[in-house]
Design a protein around this ligand. Structure first.
Ligand code: SF4
Ligand code: SF4
Length: 427
């Protein structure tokens, strides 16, 4: 892959030396974390293929789209609706931010003690090692947490950046109005960049495309209710991570094939673990590629993760099926903005919906325990853990709180805590 795409990366202004170092590590990590798993569904081969060409094939597709006159829009958070970007005839690509590989470059500008996701989001651009970022015509940010919104200000010095305001009190009429207006403003911005006026037909079509993707992801989530689950938590996590940057229609088709195989496995009682393996829910901060640390620790300790209450899990589909029956651009955008306020992110206050979701999911997926996952200095998720623990206690589900970053320094300590938690569950 390196040989074929070197010219493309050079043309994109990639820091080749650093990029080579990154690509040298990834296959080793992937082999160890993913390819070492036993009894994986055959359909996972597609996602392995996507990762094996992570900086090649898809980037080439983006550049081909640009040659054909399209624009590339990069984003980091669920509150940037895919539907609007697709309707504007642009290609949307989710950027990762799941590694500490560029901390040095990030820390030249950002404080040391901020969330690792924010550091990585900025660092990958500052270090020029992400071809997706280099290919992007604009990055659309959001005012979710303070760290991110201030980071976007600095990012705007490195690439064109537009920030969407996300209200903080979602249950109010003011919030609904504010977010609708923000979506209308984003529509205008996208039209300005792409030179394409968004029509009713564009929106109906893009809502349909994203609805289909969410529907198949919901089916994937549901298959994991089976005892034993037909797919590992690690593999499901990977599928969601890839959902952020793959072509949406191809992704939906490939994930349909995966779901069909999983349904067949359930019929035949084929699982990835023994029926007695502890069933764990992970709830909390998003895990961007290649952040597989916690999943790898938990599943290497004999348990299986059956659901993620996360932006790479149930939160990704929480907007549900958006109604595209309206016949004006304004009404269709209203349907989108209302649906997106159903994402229960900890940037909201109060955010009781997230606690309710976790309690409901714990019952539906018959979990034996919940691991609450916070990235270091992520105040929203860290503080919400207290409410979560209290509510889970009422239904007798134990919770372990893990706060970590992207380094490997605490792997030993987290493994010990996870093993002790699983031991307690088994007793
Ligand atoms: S946790 Fe909240 S801020 Fe972070 S990506 Fe998810 S929705 Fe966006
Ligand atoms: S994990 Fe927390 S601190 Fe980090 S970007 Fe997301 S909301 Fe902000």
């Amino acid at each position: 892959m390196e040989t074929d795409y070197r010219k493309m990366w050079e043309d994109l202004g990639i820091n080749m030396e650093k990029h080579d170092q990154l690509l040298a590590v990834l296959p080793f990590v992937y082999r160890n974390v993913y390819l070492s798993q036993k009894n994986r569904p055959k359909a996972m081969e597609y996602y392995d293929f996507v990762v094996s060409g992570v900086h090649g094939i898809r980037v080439k597709e983006l550049l081909d789209a640009k040659d054909a006159g399209k624009k590339v829009v990069a984003y980091f958070c669920l509150y940037v609706p895919e539907e609007l970007v697709i309707a504007s005839n642009a290609v949307l690509v989710g950027l990762c931010g799941g590694s500490n590989f560029t901390d040095q470059e990030a820390e030249e500008v950002l404080p040391r003690n901020i969330c690792p996701l924010i550091k990585a989001s900025y660092g990958f651009k500052a270090a020029r090692i992400c071809p997706y970022f280099q290919a992007a015509d604009i990055c659309v940010g959001e005012t979710t947490c303070d760290g991110k919104k201030k980071m976007y200000e600095l990012l705007s010095e490195l690439c064109p950046t537009y920030t969407v305001e996300v209200p903080q009190k979602p249950d109010t009429e003011q919030a609904r109005e504010l977010f609708y207006r923000e979506m209308m403003a984003l529509k205008s911005k996208l039209e300005e960049i792409t030179g394409h006026k968004i029509t009713v037909q564009d929106l109906k079509k893009s809502i349909g495309i994203v609805n289909a993707k969410r529907a198949v992801l919901d089916q994937l989530i549901s298959t994991r209710k089976a005892v034993p689950p037909p797919i590992s938590g690690k593999d499901s996590l990977l599928v969601f991570q890839i959902a952020f940057y793959d072509d949406p229609q191809r992704f939906t088709q490939k994930t349909k094939e995966l779901v069909e195989e999983l349904q067949e496995r359930i019929k035949n009682k084929v699982g990835v673990v023994d029926e007695s393996a502890p069933r764990i829910m992970v709830s909390g901060c998003p895990m961007a590629i290649p952040n597989w640390k916690l999943h790898h620790i938990v599943e290497s300790s004999g348990a299986v993760i059956v659901v993620e209450e996360s932006c790479v899990g149930t939160r990704y589909t929480s907007m549900g099926q958006i109604d595209n029956s309206a016949n004006t651009v304004e009404d269709l955008i209203r349907a989108i903005s209302d649906a997106y306020l159903n994402i229960h992110c900890s940037c909201f206050t109060p955010n009781i919906g997230r606690v309710e979701d976790v309690v409901r999911l714990a019952k539906e997926f018959k979990v034996d325990g919940v691991i609450h996952y916070s990235l270091q200095t992520c105040h929203g998720y860290n503080i919400e853990a207290a409410k979560m623990e209290k509510s889970l206690k009422k239904i007798n589900v134990p919770m372990l709180k893990i706060e970590t970053d992207y380094s490997n320094e605490d792997v030993g300590q987290i493994t010990t805590r996870v093993e002790a938690f699983l031991e307690m569950i088994r007793k």
